[in-house]
Design a binder for this molecule. Sequence first.
Ligand SMILES: *[C@@H]1O[C@H](CO)[C@@H](O)[C@H](O)[C@H]1NC(C)=O
Ligand SMILES: *[C@@H]1O[C@H](CO)[C@@H](O)[C@H](O)[C@H]1NC(C)=O
Length: 170
Amino acid sequence: MGMSSSSLILCLLLLAANLAVIAGAKNEYKVGDGDGWRVPADNDPDFYETWASKIKFIVGDSIVFDYHNDSVAKVSKRGYYHCNETSKTPTLKDGSTVIVLDKLGFYYFVSGDVEHCEKGQRLMVEVAGLPLVPTPSPDSSSASVASCSVLSAVTAVGFGAWWVAVGFSH
Ligand SMILES: *[C@@H]1O[C@H](CO)[C@@H](O)[C@H](O)[C@H]1NC(C)=O
Ligand SMILES: *[C@@H]1O[C@H](CO)[C@@H](O)[C@H](O)[C@H]1NC(C)=O
């Protein structure tokens, strides 16, 4: 077979890490948590900046804006800083808006109400890539690396566990 038990175990650890990343890759965050999407309190104009700074957004995550009698518009960086771009940008008003963060980089959102934006109802989100998955160390034999890739690509955890059982019995 050419694949030792230890390389199998390494391989399964890598596979588990891959699955954990995949399973953990899609979080949905409610903007502003319990406060939702509204004009922040007068003494807390950076409310949404603070909210966003606590989260590490990655590609595939989504954010939900929950609001009443308000709206949300995706704007450029300039529109975010100057609160002057809402009129030419389609504004969503359905009360609950889900945005999928499907690419890297910065996203900017404002309330469609310019006054609300000026009072701090605006959100900037930075989206990073997927966390790096550990790769086999260079001294692993090429055979086990190749087997590992195949195993990672085609197996689920249950099948992997069965494979280990078979491997140990030989
Ligand atoms: C919604 O906003 C408009 C404009 O600011 C205001 O006149 C109206 O009273 C608001 N309605 C509710 C239910 O808050
Ligand atoms: C918004 O304001 C900035 C700074 O004054 C200006 O450069 C930009 O052209 C304005 N954008 C719009 C759409 O009016």
